[in-house]
Design a protein around this ligand. Structure first.
Ligand code: C2E
Ligand code: CA
Ligand code: CA
Length: 720
């Protein structure tokens, strides 16, 4: 067996590649002398291309120098067995990673080095992959650290508080603003704190307005809503700041809560809102003005219509009864005419206040005209007694004195009521108005419930009004005269002109048939003027020579204050006798104001005698009497009538007569009907008489016929 064969048989014991090199004493590097088949296979060089090559030929050129010098150092250091790893290159250029075990055998001629090579490439690749994976892990870890710190510095830059809570609502992370802003504390909140602990602390921090005085409840509710799911809460802090807290839930169960300071936005919104509110208020005011009466602040007709529509709707749905109360002030016109609009306005305001205090909560009160008010009541199951009771209360209350500008007035009221249990609302107001008219025609201060027969009265009113206007055009109003007798002499000393309507169909009509309606349609002053002109003409002619009795006219309030009356006073100068104006006592409700006093003075300057009519029926005060200083007072016939029966009435009349004497005012007694009236009144000191006892109102000739006979020598009074 040759050495070669021996080596080959040993070498076949292993699958490793084996190569043997020899280095002679003068050689720097050894040369290959023998390789096995595995070597040929591994390095892909045919055996004849290997043998004789320098030992480093198969090493990767990149590594060969380092590898060889290392080996050299180790061999020189006396190591005979060296294990190492290195890259080699096959003939085709493939780089393979091999383990190398080298054994050096020195001989006298030089050194044999046997090398065992194993291909570690696959192993090495796995190792590299593993190392790379490890490195990657390390890098990833490093980069997540960086990300985390970046994220933290980022969220710490956010001035508003934010936090992330895990699925159990334990704190995962929060930013720097969190604790100071939400807990009013500098030390950060530890990770892991439960949301309940946090909220409890927050509640007690004094920062949350809503939590004050209900801390525990607030914290509990806040925790509940946070757990329940996404929140969007706006919270006002006690320092005035406003935060909006919004929560987001991430798929992993975390909840991120961000609070954003929206103070500026919120304040802007609030100011926008308050602007909108102001605008709305302005709208409301203008709506209110459109539907309300400026003077009294009550609703007007338009408001009433709206309210009625709503009530009508209720009626349609729930049944019941709607009542309309039409209220008219009995004496407002007089107050307004005599005391001026300013006082009138104050009276209306006082009345409006009074009515407002009387009506119940659901009632609707409106002022629908000058001195006209309407109340609408809805009664779910009513029979109308409420409305009736309300009307009575109103009449009672308005009969009491009312104070306007510190002065007492008695306005009085009449009420018309209409009710409906079906939706016939437009008719309702017409009906109550008709009922009111009827109430007034029945005498003031009463309630009238609408009945269909009132329609007829209404129609009559309309006809009559038209008829009066026609009568005025046709000059059908004429004066009748009633004589006035001097108590001392029994002579006719005066005549009162009284209006009569010579109606083409109905004959002679007394004032009670037309005066009120004439007032209603505001033509009394025209009638007065017509009577005045006719009487003046007639009497001037009649009494052109000889004795001319005084001539008295009834003057309406409106006429008294008109410029017209001064012209009339001038015209009166044509009459040879005295002309007197009779003013209703109610004109002098109180101390007359300056305007009317001036007017009265002007009349007096024009030679007019002023008389107070119907004295004792109204409320004239002694002060007013003194101020106006009328020449004459006519005692109302309702006071005269009972004097012969009632001691008390007699005393009253006596005191009026005494008062007249004291104030230097002449006294006329009206309604003197009997001889005993004459006797008693004479005894009491009355100076003039007027009444049926001496003559009923009549045409001039007829009225004076009995009184102008020269010396009839009979007891005239007794004849009548
Ligand atoms: P008056 O001014 O008080 O007039 C007196 C009324 O008493 C008259 O009624 C007269 O007929 C009535 N009378 C006279 N003597 C007696 C008597 O002994 N017993 C009774 N029971 N009555 C007597 P007349 O004419 O119906 O007038 C009623 C009222 O109408 C008048 O009351 C007056 O306020 C008003 N009036 C009459 N004519 C005019 C006028 O031309 N203009 C104005 N504005 N009012 C007038
Ligand atoms: Ca009169
Ligand atoms: Ca009278």
């Amino acid at each position: 067996m040759t050495l070669d064969e021996l080596i080959s048989s040993f070498a076949s014991l292993t699958g490793d590649a084996i190569g043997i090199a020899f280095r002679g004493p003068g050689d720097v590097v050894g040369r290959m002398v023998w390789v096995n088949d595995a070597y040929v296979e591994l390095f892909e060089y045919p055996r004849d291309e290997v043998v004789g090559q320098l030992t480093g030929f198969k090493n990767d050129p990149e590594y060969v120098e380092g590898f060889l010098s290392t080996l050299k150092d180790r061999f020189e250091a006396g190591e005979n067995h060296i294990s190492s790893e290195t890259y080699c290159r096959t003939k085709s250029g493939k780089r393979i990673w091999t383990s190398v075990k080298l054994l050096t055998i020195p001989t006298e001629t030089g050194r044999f080095t046997a090398g065992l090579y194993r291909n570690l490439t696959a192993l090495k690749e796995r190792e590299v992959a593993a190392n790379e994976a490890l490195a990657e892990r390390d890098a990833a870890y490093l980069s997540s650290e960086i990300t985390h710190s970046r994220m933290m510095s980022a969220i710490n830059c956010i001035a508003d508080p934010m936090a992330i809570w895990d699925a159990d609502f334990k704190l995962v992370v929060c930013n720097a603003a969190f604790a100071p802003k939400l807990l009013n504390q500098t030390e950060p909140m530890p990770v892991g704190t439960s949301v309940d602990d946090f909220l409890e602390k927050a509640a007690n921090s004094g920062l949350f307005s809503d939590a004050i005085d209900c801390e525990a409840e607030w914290a509990k509710n806040a925790a509940e809503s946070l757990r329940a799911g996404p929140i969007q809460d706006i919270t006002r802090f006690t320092n005035g700041e406003v935060y909006k807290a919004v929560s987001y839930q991430s798929p992993n169960g975390d909840t991120l809560v961000m609070s954003t300071n929206i103070t500026e936005l919120e304040n802007e919104r609030l100011s926008r809102e308050s602007y909108a509110r102001q605008l709305e208020e302005a709208h409301q005011v203008s709506r209110h003005q459109a539907s309300h009466d400026e003077l009294t602040g009550l609703g007007n007709r338009r408001f009433l219509t709206g309210a009625l529509d709503r009530m009508n709707e209720r009626l349609r749905r729930h049944g019941g009864l709607i009542s309309a109360l039409h209220i008219d002030l009995d004496r407002f016109k007089q107050i307004n005419d005599t005391r001026g609009h300013d006082v009138g306005d104050h009276v209306l305001i006082a009345v409006a206040k009074l009515l407002s205090s009387i009506v119940a909560n659901g009632d609707v009160l409106a002022r629908t005209g000058g001195d006209e008010f309407v109340i609408i009541t809805y009664d779910a199951d009513g029979d109308g007694t409420y409305a009736h009771r309300l009307a009575l209360t109103i009449i009672e209350e308005l009969a009491r004195p009312i104070y306007a500008r510190g002065v007492e007035f008695r306005v009085g009221a009449s009420v018309g009521i209409a009710a409906t249990d079906v939706s016939a609302v437009p008719d309702l107001l017409t009906d109550s108005d008709i009922a009111l008219y009827k109430a007034k025609s029945l005498g003031r201060g009463c309630v009238r419930r609408f009945s269909t027969s009132d329609f007829d009265a209404m129609r009559e009113l309309k006809t009559l009004s038209d008829d009066i206007l026609r009568g005025l055009e046709a000059s059908e109003f004429v004066p009748f005269y009633q004589v006035q007798i001097d108590a001392a002499t029994g002579e006719m000393v005066g005549l009162e002109a009284l209006a009569r309507w010579l109606h083409p169909e109905h004959g002679v009509l007394a004032p009670d048939r037309f005066l009120e309606i004439a007032e209603h349609i505001a033509v009394v002053d025209r009638i007065d003027q017509m009577i005045f002109e006719k009487a003046l003409k007639e009497c001037s002619k009649e009494f052109s020579s000889g004795f001319a009795p005084s001539l008295s006219f009834n003057i309406s309030h409106k006429r008294l204050m008109s410029a017209e009356i001064l012209k009339a006073a001038e015209a009166a100068a044509k009459y040879p006798g005295k002309v007197a104006f009779e003013l209703l006592e109610s004109i002098f409700l109180d101390e007359a104001d300056d305007a009317s006093r001036l007017q009265l003075d002007a009349l007096r300057d024009a030679g007019i005698i002023l008389e107070v009519d119907d004295f004792g029926s109204g409320h004239a005060s002694i002060i007013a009497l003194e101020q106006i200083a009328p020449e004459r007072l006519k005692i109302d016939r309702r006071l005269i009538f009972p004097i012969t029966q009632s001691e008390r009435s007699a005393r009253m009349v006596r005191s009026i007569i005494d008062l007249g004497r004291a104030l230097d005012i002449e006294i006329t007694a009206e309604g003197v009907e009997t001889e005993s009236h004459v006797a008693l009144l004479t005894a009491l000191g009355c100076e003039r008489f007027q009444g049926y006892h001496f003559g009923k109102p009549n045409l001039l000739k007829e009225a004076i016929a009995d009184w102008l006979q020269p010396e009839p020598d009979v007891q005239r009074a007794g004849l009548r």
